[in-house]
Ligand binder design. Structure first.
Ligand SMILES: [Zn+2]
Length: 206
């Protein structure tokens, strides 16, 4: 996310702006694809996202913003709406339910099971997170590609074209790295529960 923040500031300083605002672009793309979504521009406190259930697109920029970062986000979120949710996203509550059960198993395992069981538990959950990561990559990369292709139609100058390619690459990189680091953090939560279980069982700390 830091990379995108740096680029956002760079485009604002260099005045890489578009002939449409982020709200106008999102609404035009939604209309073009006959998608019935509300566009909510909430300022920097609201992260950009597409909510399929509420049929709303949230943008973290003011509606009048025309800079590359803002219009790219608008097109990216419409990209999510255009493609629809991926299979794991559709079953996300099931996924997090399985994760909670896994945490409890880790706690119980620390109390009663041998160290080898931890590796088995970790392998099973790592596979589930692996599926979630691949699902997220497809979801994000296809929305990012959609955004790049839509914005390509609006840029004419070489500087803008280069800026668009750079922003596209940064978006792809961020969305490849983020799910991996989040998954690693969630998986390490299992080890914390396992060690806590050991502590409760009187086996000392890990
Ligand atoms: Zn996205």
């Amino acid at each position: 996310m830091k990379v995108l923040d740096v680029l956002k500031d760079a485009w604002e300083k260099r005045r890489i702006v578009f002939p449409v605002t982020c709200r106008e672009l999102a609404e035009a793309l939604l209309r073009e694809n006959s998608l019935n979504y509300e566009v909510v521009c909430g300022g920097s406190r609201v992260p950009g996202r597409c909510d399929w259930k509420r049929r709303a697109i949230y943008l973290s920029y003011e509606s009048e913003n025309r800079c590359l970062a803002a219009v790219f986000q608008a097109a990216h979120e419409v990209g999510h709406a255009f493609h629809g949710p991926m299979p794991v996203v559709r079953a996300l509550s099931l996924f997090w339910g399985a994760y909670l059960v896994w945490l409890l198993l880790c706690l119980w395992g620390g109390l009663a099971w041998s160290e080898g069981t931890w590796r088995l538990l970790l392998a099973v959950m790592a596979c589930l997170f692996g599926v979630r990561i691949v699902d997220s990559w497809f979801d994000e990369l296809r929305a990012t590609r959609y955004a790049r292709n839509q914005l390509k139609k609006l840029v004419v100058g070489d500087t803008e074209k280069r800026a668009l390619q750079l922003h596209f690459a940064a978006y792809c990189l961020t969305h490849i790295v983020l799910p991996v680091s989040f998954s690693a953090a969630f998986l390490s939560g299992g080890r914390v529960f396992w060690c806590f279980g050991k502590l409760l069982g009187g086996s000392g700390i890990c």
